[in-house]
Ligand binder design. Sequence first.
Ligand SMILES: Nc1nc2c(ncn2[C@@H]2O[C@H](COP(=O)(O)OP(=O)(O)OP(=O)(O)O)[C@@H](O)[C@H]2O)c(=O)[nH]1
Ligand SMILES: [Mg+2]
Length: 282
Amino acid sequence: MPVNFPPEYQKAKEKYESARNLQEKIKYTQEMISKCPKHKGAENVLKNLRKRAKKLREKKEKRKEIAKGGHSLAVEKQGYQVCIAGYPNTGKSTLLKKLTNADPKIAKYPYTTKEPEVGMLNHKGAKIQLVDLPPITEKAVQKQGEVMSIIKNTDGLILKLGENSKKEKRTIKKELEKIDAKNKPIMKLRKNEIPEKAEVFNHFNLIKIYTKKPGEEPDKENPLVLKKGATVQEAGEEIHRDFSEKLDYVKVWGSSTDKYNGQRVKKDHVLEDEDTIEIHIK
Ligand SMILES: Nc1nc2c(ncn2[C@@H]2O[C@H](COP(=O)(O)OP(=O)(O)OP(=O)(O)O)[C@@H](O)[C@H]2O)c(=O)[nH]1
Ligand SMILES: [Mg+2]
């Protein structure tokens, strides 16, 4: 049976068709519903309009949530960062608890960790930020994309291996390739393997750099932790964001100086473990 739609309905339909945004689409769909005849002949049209209105409202809700910041996983990076990744139940959280001051949830069942957990591994004052992540699998579980984006920005990885280490390595390698992160330094550990703090430090080839203020003693408590081969420039950037603009000159004490202690060096000077630097700002 052909339906006779009133002109108000046609008008609402035209407005809907030229709607510029989601808000307008919702408004004019609503208007079409109110102007649509309510008899049996228009039943299907009405049903479809209601379906459409519901979908549009859901879309709006989703957008709102994203605008609010939604619920994304994020970690603020501090110094040298190592992420602990691996399949479910491989002892990632246990490792974080053993090596740091963090107190993550540990349980017999898989998928215990839902959000990243952060702890500081402190080795004689030199610190590494350890991040225990929700698990990764070949099934690309919930939030795996967000987990991978944390890994993309990290400095190093600890890969905790479980029962099927070959398959786990293969899957994770593939995931790392997707985000162009396969060249990051990786420490592979089996389930029962808990390394000493010094081992972690050595594995990632890190050096400690002390800083001092002019006329004061070096701060031995809180060294900078940098990759072996790091330059004065990289050390400076850890201390001052706009290091390059503000820098006047830098003095270095330690084994990287070849002439004398307190030698002035260039920005590309390569530092050695336990050097001390004194930055002079303009
Ligand atoms: N025997 C033994 N058990 C361990 C070891 N590490 C972890 N476990 C146990 O294995 C289970 C899982 O440990 P978690 O540290 O929660 O593992 P996870 O990798 O963080 O797990 P998800 O967060 O679910 O991915 C717990 O029951 C732990 O007690 C280990 O080195 N030896
Ligand atoms: Mg866990």
